[in-house]
Design a binder for this molecule. Structure first.
Ligand code: NCD
Length: 335
């Protein structure tokens, strides 16, 4: 499959569908999937594939030598924070890691997001920001002169997760067009599915089924805006409506931290669990099982051993390659 991926990318490059080193992203903020052209997405995926061996073989690299990346996280994170750290260090950059900004930085003294961003701008070349408020990445980008990378803003978007999800889908299925996917869980509060829908909207012929309880559906206004970009979105609420043989299943957790009422959270928590029985009834031989993680209980652990499950190993590892690519492209480094 990797070979196919590689041949496809080489073909796209030879046809100038992907331009090598087109440097579209130099100095840019990475805020939303809305900002990308299909070519830019392909360039990021191609660059990630090129950089992959550096990490896999733990080869020292000086691509980002002299650069410093600030990681400013106001919300908990394991994967996004550590894979950005890994990506930056693998490419020879230094980091300023602020993992609990709300409790361990001057934020606790009452400093505003704007002032914290202006501070880190004095010390670094890129700021990777995770923040609980929708639109905070945009707000930071408006005040910063250095690139801001959105590592999740409230219930809005998580663009770097989507780029690694698209890398995974392309690597596993060989395409980004004419896909049928099932996204399940918390469509209302989760940010990863919203960004993924926007990413897949850039390519032709994609259909995404959104499986959730009625309460956890995407807000109507957002659904209409997402559908307007051409992707086919089909909302379903029972497992019987899952299409057979989808290309990917993308499970998500119910976002506990967005609920004001814990009872309400508990009511929704385990209503859609990915189990071997569900797989047996609705998945195809080639359906891949994805999850942005963390998993709570919404995927039965016995699914982890299914060869079609990519969330624990492939999908997470792909996050490092894609984040290496983004850091290199945004700083204009030749790969
Ligand atoms: C996701 C997030 O933060 O939105 N996690 C991640 O970055 N991989 C998904 C989640 O928290 O449920």
């Amino acid at each position: 499959m990797l070979k196919l991926f590689s041949c496809l990318l080489d073909y796209l490059m030879s046809k100038k569908i992907i331009e090598k080193n087109s440097h579209n992203l130099i100095g840019k903020d990475i805020i939303s999937l809305d900002q990308f052209s299909p070519e830019e997405i392909k360039e990021i995926l191609y660059t990630a594939k090129k950089l992959k061996p550096l990490r896999d073989l733990a080869k020292p690299s000086k691509i980002l030598s002299g650069k410093i990346i600030s990681l400013l996280f106001y919300e908990p994170s394991t994967r996004t924070f550590s894979s950005f750290t890994s990506a930056a260090q693998q490419l020879g950059a230094g980091i300023i890691p602020i993992q609990n900004a709300a409790s361990s930085s001057s934020v606790i003294k009452g400093e505003s997001l704007k002032d914290t961003i202006l501070t880190l701008e004095c010390f670094s070349d890129i700021i990777v920001l995770r923040h609980p408020e929708n639109g905070s990445a945009n707000e930071a980008a408006a005040v910063a002169d250095i690139p801001i990378i959105n590592a999740g803003d409230g219930t809005n978007e998580h663009p770097t997760q989507t780029l690694l999800d698209m890398y995974t889908i392309f690597e596993e299925t060989g395409r980004l067009t004419n896909l049928t996917g099932v996204c399940a869980g918390d469509m209302l509060n989760g940010r990863t599915v919203k960004s993924l829908i926007k990413g897949l909207s850039l390519f032709k012929g994609n259909t995404v089924y959104l499986l959730s309880s009625e309460k956890l559906r995407i807000a109507r206004r957002e659904l209409h805006a997402l559908s307007a970009s051409g992707i086919k979105l089909i909302e379903i609420s029972t497992e019987e409506e899952i299409p057979k043989n989808a290309d990917f299943w993308y499970w998500t957790r119910v976002q506990k931290e967005r609920f004001t009422n814990l009872k309400e959270y508990k009511k929704h928590k385990n209503t859609l669990v990915l189990t071997p029985r569900l797989i047996e009834n609705y998945a195809g031989k080639k359906t891949i099982f994805m999850h942005p993680l963390p998993r709570v209980d919404e995927i039965d652990v016995s699914v982890d051993n299914d060869p079609r499950a990519v969330y624990m190993h492939k999908q997470m590892r792909n996050g490092v390659y894609v984040r290496m690519a983004l850091l290199a492209l945004v700083t204009g480094k030749k790969v």
